[in-house]
Ligand binder design. Structure first.
Ligand code: IZC
Ligand code: ZN
Length: 427
């Protein structure tokens, strides 16, 4: 087959290959680096990969884009498995409150936080939300992210939840970055249901969730299981019904208070449980028994200034699979930059460079049930590839806060070149 793109001479290539399920525990640092690597792409897929000389069967002609990656490092495109991509407005006005030490949940209780974004999202048109989210997707792509999960949860009524989910669906068609959608109607209790949480949950279960599923607008269902938001019992009810409707499951678990969200994740065998700063030892055990992927979000700890990070070392040493995500949202983590998250994961959670690369590629692909198609450089997988202007993978978390991406290849096409977007918009 004729080669569309050939990348050669890579100083390091982290294939993240060789395991057809999430890598757990010690597996997160095995055998991922190849030196002097090459990779050949045809018809959107990886058709060959190796080291040293390019074998004769890789056909190169004048139409082949040959990329010399000397001195550079090649990775699978990053997969960001936890974002609140689609929303209106921003919350910089809450920064002063945050600096005064007003806790995140207190701001929410006062009608700010998530609820302030709900007001802005309801007030925004579908077109406005689309353009705002498109900008964020462009930033993500420029930083090497080729697939994202995107949650709803700022509409909190039928019309506005559908509006946000449609934005994600449209962008998934128009933008090179692939989007996996999650329904998060249980993100907060909207103001019109204040003191009527039971009724709101029934409304979600009876009206919104079946319709979202029928319209094919979300693959996963998630709940913000947190003190003062949705309890473990309420989360169990929502997620159990969601599973019956055909949703795959995720949960925001034990972020701020030790509530038992991790135990619930283990019991329900959710695909992932996310945050986990306040997870108990029992929660860890249950997660392991349930084969749940721990999605950690150190950008949120950093931004909320809580002085505490998830215990990634304990989680990995206990033999679980860890994935990393930005948690991109307008309140607790306003950044699209996954590379910064990898630096925080190393510096603040003591993960190794190999572990953070695995966590943001193959393990995060599994955290959105895409581990068979993306997340590693292997023959037959989608050609989602980043070329970083760094000599080795240690350099990625080390030189922090900047963008190391030189090129991004998405679905076998060059979409970022020399840090600039070069894709043709399909709007
Ligand atoms: O808008 O604050 N934690 N949900 C749960 C968020 C953070 C997003 C937000
Ligand atoms: Zn979240």
């Amino acid at each position: 087959m004729k080669t569309d793109i050939l990348i050669r001479n890579a100083a390091q290539m982290a294939t993240c290959a060789g395991c057809d399920r999430p890598r757990r525990g010690k597996e997160m640092s095995y055998d991922i680096i190849m030196e002097d690597g090459w990779i050949a792409v045809a018809a959107g897929k990886i058709m060959g990969i190796g080291r040293g000389d390019i074998p004769g069967e890789i056909e190169v002609d004048e139409d082949t884009l040959v990329i010399d990656a000397s001195g550079k490092t090649v990775l699978p495109g990053f997969v960001d498995p936890h974002t609140h991509l689609v929303h209106g407005g921003s919350r910089e006005k809450e920064l002063a409150l945050k600096l005064e030490g007003v806790p995140y949940l207190e701001i929410l209780k006062r009608g700010g936080g998530i609820l302030s974004t709900v007001r802005a999202t309801r007030a925004a048109s579908e077109e406005e939300l689309l353009e705002k989210a498109r900008k964020s997707l462009d930033i993500m792509l420029l930083h090497g992210t080729t697939t994202v999960e995107a949650k709803s949860g700022y509409g909190l009524n039928l019309e506005d939840e559908l509006k946000c989910l449609r934005v994600a669906e449209t962008l998934n068609r128009q933008h090179p970055v692939d989007i996996v959608s999650t329904f998060l109607g249980a993100h907060a209790v909207p103001e019109e249901y204040r003191d009527k949480k039971e009724e709101y949950i029934d409304f979600l279960i009876q009206e919104v969730m079946p319709l979202v599923k029928r319209l094919g607008l979300a693959e996963f269902c998630d709940v913000f299981c947190e003190k003062g938001v949705f309890s473990v019992e309420e989360s169990r009810k929502i997620l159990t019904r969601a599973r019956e409707m055909g949703y795959k499951l995720k949960i925001h678990a034990d972020e701020i208070e030790t509530l038992g969200g991790a135990e619930l994740a283990g019991e329900l065998r959710t695909v992932s449980a996310d945050h986990l700063l306040a997870m108990s030892g029992k929660g860890l055990k249950k997660m392991k028994e349930g084969g749940v992927i721990a999605v950690l979000l150190p950008g949120t700890s950093f931004n909320l200034n809580v002085g505490k990070y998830a215990r990634a070392r304990d989680i990995i040493d206990a033999g679980l699979a860890v994935a990393l995500a930005t948690d991109y949202n307008p309140g607790s983590c306003p950044t699209e930059n996954i590379q910064l998250i990898l630096s925080l994961a190393c510096l603040k959670m003591k993960m190794t460079p190999e572990e953070v690369v695995i966590a943001a590629t193959i393990n995060s692909a599994h955290a959105i049930d895409r581990g068979k198609e993306i997340g590693s450089l292997e023959v037959g997988k989608k050609a989602d590839i980043v070329v970083l202007d760094i000599p080795n993978i240690e350099y990625l978390p080390y030189h922090f806060g900047i963008n190391h991406v030189d090129k991004v290849i998405k679905d076998g096409k060059l979409v970022v070149d020399e840090q600039r977007l070069v894709y043709r918009d399909t709007r």
